[in-house]
Design a protein around this ligand. Structure first.
Ligand SMILES: Cc1ncc(COP(=O)(O)O)c(C=O)c1O
Length: 373
């Protein structure tokens, strides 16, 4: 008898898109509301890394990946991802969908890859794969402001081998899901007092899949108490704000808007960076500085003009209406105007109804030498 699964290569390539498949997608009618990440578009982009190089990504019908149970990523978590969006161009002259700052996402994907001992992928190949996918899935880019085709580039170690060594083969897949914004109403934030999201020298500053798994147990009391998001504190003193599970955090006091400085425990959010750029146009003074949780809760209790919000690709900007924790503390936050104003400005840019800095509005145009279906 021949032994099963002895091949070092786990992931096998799915067949290319059948001819005429893309034409068949044109009449799709999207439900409304869409939810977030529930409805998968029927096409993905996929490429494998073998013998030291990437093959060109190509389109395939969305379907199961054929993986051996001893695929490296399943055991040792060598897996990373990005979250980004294609928006319907709602500008006066319309045009193809817009990607928001895709080269920033490509660069962060490569930083994540290097941190987890994985191969980088050429930024142009990364963006070209997204363009090709969004072009075929254009009917899945929803029409309403705030909705988008959420894109999920991911990479995982595909070698089938149980020894604790880095994979030598990798799989790059881009999935797409037509979605509403992750939060469409203000959120409640639960201060996490025990667990930590990230430690110095760890993987908190990149999008490693395991960072998110490590937050799930901590989220149980949050759900039991009807809260939406964990607000993480630093791992050393449990005193300084870090970020939410999938959003960076901002605090406004009067005309001062501040956010914790980047470190190896905080993800360099592309939305965070965008808000730091846009804030001054609202007359706000921007600061990147440590935020002590006691300073924040004291200011809210004292009735000061305080606002807290999260920001990220999924949520865009999410005002926080309530902060609580396990001690029974419940602090309502009535003010949301800065969050809503910034959200509006960002959506104007993302949907192409106003101008933006270079590279923020990337019109989807498949490159001639891009991935082929
Ligand atoms: C941990 C974490 N922080 C912050 C963010 C926000 O980053 P971005 O604005 O680039 O989506 C995300 C989402 O990607 C995240 O997962």
């Amino acid at each position: 008898m021949s032994l099963p699964f002895t091949s070092p290569s786990s992931a096998t390539a799915p067949p290319p898109l059948p001819s005429g498949f893309a034409e068949g997608l044109k009449d799709v009618v999207l439900p409304d509301p869409l939810g977030f990440g529930k409805l998968m578009a029927p096409v993905m982009a996929i490429a494998h890394y073998r013998d030291g190089s990437w093959e060109t990504p190509r389109l395939a019908e969305l379907g199961p990946l054929d993986l051996a149970p001893h695929t490296q990523a399943l055991h040792y978590g060598q897996a990373i991802f990005e979250g980004m969006k294609a928006y319907r161009n709602l500008g006066t002259d319309g045009g193809p969908p817009l990607l928001f700052r895709p080269y920033e996402h490509a660069r962060r994907f490569n930083r994540s890859a290097l941190r987890l001992g994985m191969p980088e992928i050429d930024e142009r190949v990364f963006v070209s794969a997204l363009e090709e996918l969004v072009t075929v899935l254009e009917p899945f880019v929803p029409a309403r402001r705030g909705q988008s085709l959420y894109l999920r580039p991911t990479m995982f170690g595909a070698t089938a081998d149980l020894s604790v060594v880095p994979s030598t083969e990798f799989c790059f897949v881009v999935l797409a899901t037509p979605s509403d914004a992750f939060f469409t109403t203000p959120v409640s934030a639960w201060i996490e007092r025990h667990y930590s999201r990230a430690g110095a020298g760890g993987t908190g500053c990149v999008k490693a899949a395991g960072n998110y798994a490590a937050s799930f147990a901590a989220a149980a009391p949050l759900r039991e108490n009807g809260f939406h998001q964990l607000l993480w504190l630093d791992a050393v003193e449990h005193r300084y704000l870090e970020e939410f599970t999938a959003m960076n955090v901002f605090v406004r006091r009067g005309d001062l808007l501040y956010t914790p400085p980047l470190s190896d425990t905080i993800l360099a959010g592309i939305t965070r960076d965008s808000l730091l750029t846009l804030g001054p146009s609202l007359g706000l003074k921007m600061e990147e500085r440590p935020v002590d949780i006691h300073e924040l809760t004291d200011a809210i209790r004292a009735g000061e003009d305080v606002e807290v919000f999260g920001c990220g690709t999924g949520a865009v900007v999410a005002p926080v209406e309530l902060i609580g924790d396990e001690t029974g503390m419940r602090l309502p936050l009535p003010s949301q105007e800065t969050a809503l104003e910034l959200r509006g400005r960002l959506l104007d840019i993302q949907h192409g109804t106003t101008g933006a800095p270079d590279g923020w509005q990337h019109t989807v145009a498949p490159l001639p030498d891009g991935p082929q279906a």
